[in-house]
Design a protein around this ligand. Structure first.
Ligand code: MRU
Length: 381
C-alpha cells in the first residue's frame, strides 16, 4: 500500500506530494516547525493526513527533547509547552477541521495527565505521544470501514438493476496519500474494486493544484483500478453520456458542518450541482474527525485562499524525459497565464447539504431525516 506517512517512535517521514508522481522522495519531519512548513506548502495534504502529521511532528520533537533530557519536570510546564506548539500548528491551514479536532482532543488529554496526583512532565509528554501515535492506526481502520459502508450503499441505492457494476466519479485526492492509508472517497472506490463491482472510476484533474491528475491517478494506476482521468470542465459531458452511465459521485471533505454543509476541494460544489441535474447520487465520505458539530452551517467555515502562482503556473518534468524513461527527473515550473492578470484562488468551496444524498462515515451512511435535514449529531450519541 502507498504510504504518505512513515512513523516509528519519534522518527517521522512524509512522502513529498509536491514531487509526486514523478519523484518518490520521503523527507524527514523532526519537529513542529518542519510539520508546519510541510502542511503549509502542501508537501502533505488531505484533511486526515494534515492532522496526523501535525501531531506526529510534535511527537518527534518531544522524543528528541526527552533524549536530550530537556522535558520540563513540572507537569504544568510540559503541558504549556505542548499547548503552545499545538496552537502554532493550528495556524498552518484553516479549513480542515481534523487538525483542530486532534489538537483539542490531545490538549484535553495532557490537561488530565498533568492534573493526576504525583504526575511529572514526562508523564504529560508520554500521554500526548501515546494518543498521537494511536491516531495513525485508528484512521486506517476508519477508512476501511468507510470504504465498506460506501460501497454497500452505492450498490444498494445507486446501481442499476440491469447492470451488476457501477461507474463512479471522484474529485481531488482522498486516498492513501491524504490519510494514513486506504482513503475515504477513494477508499469507497477501492472497496468497490476489490468486490469486482467497479466498472470504471473517473477522476478529475482537480485544478489548480492537480491533486487528481498527479495523486489520485497515481494511486489508481498503482492499484490497477480501471480508471480514466478527465479535466474538471469535462464532468458535465461525462454525466450526460449515457454510454458511460456514471452511477455516483463520491468526494471527501475537509469539514462537514452540523447541518451537513460540506467544505471540500474547490470544484466539489459544481460537481454536486451537476449530479442533481443529471439525477446522479452525490456522496461525501469522511471520518467522524471531519464532522464539526460546533460549526452550524457552511457559512461559518473559513475558506483558505492560496497563492496566485498555483493558478498561473504548473510544475512537472519535461515530457521527453518521462517518455524516454529517464530515471532522474528534474521538475520544472512553467507559466500558464498572462503575466499581470489578477487571480482568485480559494482552495475549497461549500456544497450545501440539500445537494448531498448521503454522508459516508465509519459508523454508517447518514441520510436526511423525514424533515429533509441531516442530523449529524446522531453519529456522536
Ligand atoms: O488542499 P488539499 O489537497 O488538502 O484538499 C484535500 C481535499 O479537499 C480532500 O478532499 C479532503 O481533505 C479529504 S482527504 C481524505
Amino acid at each position: 500500500m502507498l504510504q504518505a506517512i512513515r512513523y516509528n517512535q519519534g522518527n517521522l517521514e512524509i512522502l513529498d506530494q509536491l514531487q509526486l508522481p514523478f519523484v518518490e522522495k520521503y523527507i524527514p519531519i523532526q519537529n513542529s516547525e518542519d510539520g508546519w512548513e510541510a502542511i503549509k506548502s502542501m508537501k502533505v495534504r488531505g484533511a486526515p493526513a494534515i492532522a496526523i502529521v501535525a501531531m506526529l511532528a510534535l511527537c518527534s520533537e518531544l522524543y528528541a527533547l526527552g533524549t536530550a533530557g530537556k522535558i520540563p519536570s513540572a507537569p504544568a510546564e510540559a503541558q504549556d509547552y505542548i499547548n503552545k506548539k499545538l496552537a502554532y500548528l493550528l495556524t498552518s491551514r484553516p479549513t480542515a477541521v481534523n487538525l483542530s479536532d486532534a489538537a483539542r482532543k490531545l490538549e484535553v488529554l495532557t490537561v488530565e495527565a498533568a492534573a493526576r496526583p504525583g504526575s511529572t512532565g514526562q508523564d504529560v509528554t508520554k500521554a500526548f505521544i501515546g494518543a498521537a501515535e494511536e491516531m495513525l492506526g485508528k484512521d486506517l481502520q476508519d477508512n476501511q470501514q468507510i470504504g465498506h459502508n460506501g460501497a454497500e450503499w452505492i450498490m444498494k441505492h445507486a446501481a442499476n438493476s440491469d447492470t451488476p457494476n457501477v461507474a463512479v466519479l471522484t474529485h481531488c485526492n482522498t486516498g492513501s496519500l491524504a490519510t494514513s492509508g486506504y482513503g475515504t472517497a477513494l477508499g469507497v472506490v477501492r472497496s468497490l474494486s476489490s468486490q469486482n463491482v467497479l466498472r470504471h472510476a473517473y477522476c478529475t484533474e482537480t485544478r489548480p493544484y492537480n491533486q487528481g491528475s498527479r495523486l489520485t491517478a497515481f494511486e489508481l494506476v498503482h492499484d490497477n483500478i480501471p480508471a480514466t482521468l478527465i479535466t474538471d470542465s469535462m464532468a458535465a459531458a461525462l454525466l450526460a453520456d449515457s454510454s458511460v452511465g456514471v452511477n455516483a459521485i463520491v468526494v471527501g471533505a475537509d469539514r462537514v458542518a452540523a447541518n451537513g454543509d460540506t467544505a471540500n476541494k474547490i470544484g466539489t460544489y459544481g460537481l454536486a450541482v451537476l449530479a442533481k441535474h443529471h439525477g446522479v447520487k452525490f456522496l461525501v465520505a469522511a471520518p467522524l474527525t471531519t464532522i464539526d458539530l460546533a460549526t452550524k452551517s457552511g457559512e461559518d467555515i473559513v475558506i483558505e485562499q492560496r497563492p496566485s502562482n498555483e493558478v498561473t503556473s504548473i510544475k512537472g518534468p519535461r515530457q521527453q524525459d518521462v517518455a524516454s524513461g529517464s530515471a532522474a527527473l528534474d521538475l520544472e515550473t512553467v507559466c500558464t497565464a498572462a503575466p499581470g492578470i489578477k487571480v482568485w484562488n480559494p482552495a475549497f468551496d461549500i456544497t450545501p447539504a440539500n445537494l448531498i444524498d448521503g454522508i459516508i462515515t465509519e459508523k454508517g451512511v447518514v441520510e436526511k431525516g423525514a424533515d429533509g435535514q441531516f442530523h449529524m449529531d446522531v453519529l456522536f450519541n
